[in-house]
Design a protein around this ligand. Structure first.
Ligand SMILES: C[S@@+](CC[C@H](N)C(=O)[O-])C[C@H]1O[C@@H](n2cnc3c(N)ncnc32)[C@H](O)[C@@H]1O
Length: 216
């Protein structure tokens, strides 16, 4: 009797719609229907200026120049959501005339830092004259801003909802949008996949350094 009840429970779990979807549909769906392509850099380029701060972004600086070339996005204006200590922001400052970095500067549920680091980061980045920092929630920023950018980087709190909201706005305001942590946070990859579907952009995934989703 106990055996049958166990088997029945297993069968119920297997028939659960989301389990079935995960097991049989999601993987081929990613590959064949949504066609997530592997990003293959044609060249690697180490930028001149790199910030001496520990960041999970380290390593990705080598492909930024290549992303600009392959996406043909231009180099006037770059917007970043999620600056933290400024590692990626400084990388972008090598390639774009103007870089705007938006952050609460108080960390989030996924960051080790939970303090207000705005004044410190302003000091670290003061020598990079083409970087402007804005202390704001991305939600406030996107409600009030209607500009277009060549490239937008999304690296805020790694929930599906926030990545989707911020990323969809970004896809509507930039030729190329990149998202960090597609490999370490499945919710980020799922959000990027749905943004690609909704915006009609192609989704290239670079699986190294915690994963970079690239839409253009
Ligand atoms: C993973 S860190 C960014 C790392 C950075 N790109 C780098 O190169 O090291 C995420 C940042 O997003 C910021 N953040 C989280 N939620 C936010 C929100 N709603 N609006 C603005 N910034 C937010 C946090 O304060 C944190 O500094």
């Amino acid at each position: 009797m106990q055996y049958f009840s166990k088997q029945l429970k297993r069968l119920k779990t297997l028939c659960n719609a989301s389990t079935l979807k995960k097991q049989f549909f999601d993987k081929p769906y990613e590959k064949y229907v949504l066609k997530i392509k592997n990003y293959k850099p044609k060249k690697l380029d180490k930028p001149d200026k790199v910030l001496n701060k520990i960041s999970a972004w380290e390593g990705l600086e080598m492909i930024v120049s290549d992303i600009i070339s392959q996406s043909n996005c231009g180099t006037e204006k770059c917007l970043e959501f999620g600056v933290e200590y400024g590692y990626s922001t400084v990388v972008f400052s090598n390639y774009f005339k103007q870089v705007i970095g938006v952050d609460l500067f108080t960390g989030d549920i996924h960051t080790a830092n939970k303090n207000d680091i705005y004044e410190d980061v302003k000091t670290y980045l003061a020598e990079y004259r083409n970087i402007e920092l804005i202390k704001a929630d991305y939600r406030e920023f996107i409600n009030e801003n209607h500009d277009n950018y060549n490239l937008i980087h999304v690296d805020i709190v790694h929930t599906y909802e926030d990545t989707f909201k911020c990323g969809l706005w970004s896809a509507e305001h930039a030729k190329c949008v990149i998202f960090h942590d597609t490999e370490s946070f499945p919710d980020v990859k799922r959000a990027v996949r749905d943004i690609a579907k909704q915006s009609g952009k192609s989704f290239y995934n670079y699986p190294y350094f915690y994963g970079l989703g690239i839409l253009y």
